[in-house]
Ligand binder design. Structure first.
Ligand code: GCU
Length: 619
């Protein structure tokens, strides 16, 4: 790409990376720690209408209806049968919220398109209070109306958004209507091709959040590890943890803010600046969070009229040469990759119990780390992993062949990155933000991703930033990673499938690796497929024996011929649905690389990995 074009692209990206202002077509800035607020749940049965031709949205010339003429109006044929009203939510069937629609009705299994959701509910808004309509996630796009008026739209299937509805809620019956469209978009994030099921719907919780006129909107409370202790004889000064710092952002006013962490004797009151941002610091010597002892502290943030409690851990993560350091000590990340799919019906996860089931398998494997692929998982999953002592790699779905030169695609990607980081900035167990997975190298792609990495570091300098890159051949049986993105990432993190996406298992024994840069090497995927209970010669693909042998040989290759290895998240914890897996009788719409089957059965490879991790743990 020539310089002018590149400059033009940067300019266009800059234009699109300006903050999205609240307004008719953009959600309000995110309110974090929703479960710590005063909420009314709208979860449960919602009425729905399938609308593949968007008849509820535009007329036969595709001219959009007015609010009153659209399904957003929530009218019904039965209101007045002398009128031509060709729809009625009251007469419609129901979908459970949260939940994907694909696994709720056989007729919706493959459905990709528009579905209207309607929730009718009684409410009694209080004078002087502000109200926000919160969605944990809607895949893929949402246009939201309340009491017949469109109020916002959102793009991106895996991050929360909230819309101010103060003054729009009625005393008595209210109606929320959401037009959801999960059609895959070439210019989307992800694009129209990926290896997971395109679960559509209101896939996470919906709530009405009640806050006072001036409220605590978001906050970030971090550990300052730069306070260096005294250098011990002949050693580098070790950071002595003595300070906690952070900021609290108010919305609607500038009341004094108090941050209290009773167990640490912290009780700081600060005056916000003119933008409602209160910056603080406090002396403290917290016990540092580790996978072995995942210490969390009760934190109370309060202003006149509002207060929020959270449980926050303190740790610091950095790299030193080819080591990942957690609290200054080298750590090997014994991980596993996880899709956000329930172990019961293989649909989107909708409960904490379903999160716990997956994370308990990870603990049983001996993991201290999970890669939540390929998109931000629900908040419960991250918080539960934090309590259970699991470090997290969290990722936006900039996956495979993204439209790198489209400014709207970049604006979408950076918005999803910002929503992911804003939501989880206080989750100490997240140690890696990942901006991409297996994206083909080009100048436009590296510019696009390096800008995302810069934005992640600007929002959050306390974590590692990387991506799942791909290997390149350096010589016969010698591989490396020479991706230009390595200039921007903290890890040499990449997916490699020697023994599966290569000609045979023997490739693992022949392959060696060499890296020009000295950074921690992190294998973000390796693995093989097998149908649980399918047994045969070790040379036969999709047998448990082949998969177990592939794990054994990859482990041997990593231990013996992969310098600087600091962690790995094998692909994948559980068999998951994907339309790319068509082999009848073996795949049947499932990617079979799970070490656990879609029925919760542990394959031989589970125990190979568990055995390796117990050896590593013992070291
Ligand atoms: C890729 C990709 C995964 C995919 C896996 C596979 O590495 O990152 O999303 O599921 O390979 O082919 O099973």
């Amino acid at each position: 790409m020539n310089k002018i074009a590149t400059f033009g692209l940067i300019a266009a990206m800059l234009a699109f990376s300006l903050p999205v202002f609240a307004g008719e077509d953009a959600p309000y800035p995110q309110i974090i720690n929703i479960d710590g607020r005063n909420c009314t749940s709208l979860n449960g049965q919602w009425k729905f209408l399938v609308d593949p031709y968007k008849l509820g949205y535009h007329n036969y010339h595709q001219v959009p209806h007015s609010d009153a003429g659209s399904f957003f109006a929530d009218r019904s044929f039965d209101d007045d049968r002398t009128k031509l009203i060709e729809y009625s939510f009251d007469r419609a069937a129901e979908l459970r919220v949260p939940g994907d629609w694909n696994t709720q009705y056989e007729k919706l299994y493959y459905y990709e398109g528009n579905i209207w959701y309607r929730k009718a509910f009684d409410f009694a808004p209080k004078d002087g209070m502000r109200y926000f309509l919160y969605f944990g996630a809607v895949n893929y796009s949402a246009i939201v109306a309340i009491n017949g008026k469109r109020v916002a739209k959102h793009l991106g299937g895996f991050t929360p958004f909230n819309i101010e509805v103060t003054g729009r809620l009625r005393d008595g019956r209210n109606s929320v209507v959401v037009l959801v469209d999960n059609t895959r978009q070439k210019d989307g994030i992800p694009t129209d091709n990926c290896d997971w099921w395109n679960y559509g719907g209101i896939t996470r919780s919906v709530k009405i959040v009640e806050v006072p006129a001036t409220f605590i909107r978001d906050y970030s409370i971090q550990l300052d590890k730069t306070v260096l202790g005294k250098a011990k004889k002949g050693r580098k000064p070790q950071p002595e943890v003595r300070r906690i710092y952070g900021q609290v952002r108010l919305d609607g006013g500038c009341n004094p803010v108090t941050i209290a962490i009773p167990e640490l004797g912290v009780n700081a009151t600060v005056i916000p600046d003119a933008n409602g941002v209160a910056r603080f610091e406090a002396k403290a010597r917290p016990e540092l969070w580790t996978p072995e002892k995942p210490k969390l502290y009760d934190v109370q943030i309060s202003i006149a009229g509002d207060d929020v409690s959270d449980r926050i851990g303190f740790r610091y993560i950095e790299t030193d040469g080819d080591k990942i350091l957690l609290n200054g000590k080298p750590v090997f990340c014994r991980g596993i990759s996880i899709h956000e799919e329930s172990a019961h019906n293989s649909g989107r996860i909708t409960s904490v119990d379903e999160c716990r089931e997956l994370l308990e398998w990870a603990k049983e494997l001996g993991c201290n780390f999970v890669r939540l692929a390929h998109y931000p998982h629900n908040e419960d999953m991250v918080r539960l992993a934090e309590e259970m002592g699991l470090m997290v790699w969290s990722e936006i779905p900039a996956y495979w062949t993204i439209s790198w030169t489209n400014p709207a695609t970049y604006a979408n990607a950076v918005n999803q990155l910002e929503e992911m980081i804003t939501r989880d900035i206080n989750r100490c167990n997240i140690v890696v933000w990942s901006v991409a997975n297996e994206t083909p190298v080009s100048e436009a792609r590296t510019l696009f991703l390096s800008r995302l990495i810069a934005r992640a570091r600007e929002l959050d300098p306390t974590r590692l930033v990387s991506a799942a890159m791909e290997k390149t051949r350096k010589g016969p049986n010698v591989f490396t990673v020479d991706d230009p993105l390595l200039a921007y990432t903290d890890l040499i993190s990449f997916n490699q499938y020697q023994g599966w996406y290569s000609s045979s298992l023997d490739d693992c024994d022949l392959t060696s690796w060499t890296f020009d840069q000295v950074k921690p090497v992190f294998i973000s995927e390796f693995g093989a497929g097998a149908l649980y209970g399918n047994h045969g010669p070790v040379s036969e693909r999709f047998t448990e024996e082949y998969m177990a042998e592939c794990y054994k040989r990859n482990i041997r290759m990593m231990e013996e011929r992969m310098p600087g290895l600091a962690g790995t998240t094998p692909w994948v914890l559980k068999d998951f649905r994907s339309p790319r897996r068509a082999l009848t009788g073996i795949q049947d719409d499932f990617n079979r690389k799970g070490v656990v089957s879609d029925k919760g059965e542990k394959k031989q490879a589970f125990f190979v990995l568990q055995n390796w991790y117990s050896r590593l743990k013992a070291k």
